[in-house]
Design a protein around this ligand. Sequence first.
Ligand SMILES: [Zn+2]
Ligand SMILES: [Zn+2]
Length: 456
Amino acid sequence: MRGKKTGLVFFPAFDWAISPTHPEREERLLYTRDQIFEEGVLDLPQIKEYAPRLATVHDVARTHFCVPRVQSQVTEAHLIAAGSALLLADAVVSGEIKNGFALVRPPGHHAMRVVHGNRGFCNINNEAILVEYLRRHHGIRRIAIVDSDVHHGDGTQDIFYHDPDVLFISFHQDGRTIYPGTGFPHELGGPGAYARTINIPLPPGLGDETFHYVVDNLILPILRDFQPEFIINSAGQDNHYTDPLGSMRFTAWGYAEFTSKLKPHLAVLEGGYAIETALPYVNLAILLALAGLDYSRVREPDWPGAVKENPDRVSRVKRMVDQLLRVWEERDNIDIEKIFGRGPFYERQKKIFYDTDYIEEEQLERVRRCPSCPGYITVDSQGVRGYSYSTRVFCVSVPFQACGACQAEAYDAYERAKGLDVYQYVYLQDKSTDTFFSFERDKKREWVSEGPKVGE
Ligand SMILES: [Zn+2]
Ligand SMILES: [Zn+2]
């Protein structure tokens, strides 16, 4: 039975910032804290506040390949941000609370499977770590992530692109007009997970009306079909009309209404950089919506009234919604070989730019196309920092649902790569046994991390 309360973790990460004047800094949450406190929300019987806890290095290694190791990519603040989501998830699953809001930073949705550094203010992906934790510790299989940040959740997309059991839906400002420049309707997932990735790029300037058209006519119908056991909202507030990084015109009310329709088990804070004019109102409204309380009176002091939307842009969005809904409905009838070709592997060549740390990464990702499971994944990745220093690594990932043949092939690929001089580090992440291996060539040293057995 699910409890009646909404859980809240609040963690502003005082000791972590990219730089003191960077838009992603602790003040983002301090005004929210004041607003929630002034409204007396923490005294309401429907809200239960929790102290944050740390995720483990193993929780991170289950999800990412951090170069050279997890400890070099995360600080305690990162582990607390990720751990807060895990703590709330435990409370939801045990029935202590019905849902929760992790009001934490640093954010995570731009962090991909392989991590050479910080990109888009993110080192590790809080929602992805949560998904893998739910599968490992709570046996939850079908999970949906809906990303409502103004920026495309490219890291989350990357991590679950070949996973048929994780549905990833992102709506965001059109990538031709904003970082990270991806998230187009044709990005639909790999051959084993076609249409489990859905992207809805929105032209700049649109407001709540179009936002809710997309929610009602695309997102909710897809979720009803997919029937996830757990819904996560990657809750970015930078679609707000006052946000300095985005150009959308959503309001706090629009976000709250979305939350009450989506009914996420957990909302995890992502972006949102209007620290005084948007975040306190949006976060408060979302919290009230999660708790089933009245959010109709949460209104920004400078609310300009209803937005006049550009009719051409609106009709473009409506056409896209129709097309994507058709793709979704036809997902199991389409000819996969026609789209992805044939052969034992599906390959993607990727170039990834780390804007914060100025690293250029090149990747060759290969997925085993297996009739009995989602297939293991290998990533040959080279990260170039500046002009001289580069690190080349080889990563092997065995999925939770792996068949015996894929698991054996994956271990062979790991052993072979350990013998190749070109790789400084070689990693094997076996999600089916919750074991992580990391090999360091220089020192001929292997590190093995095994998670606790389920039930312990
Ligand atoms: Zn954002
Ligand atoms: Zn297989």
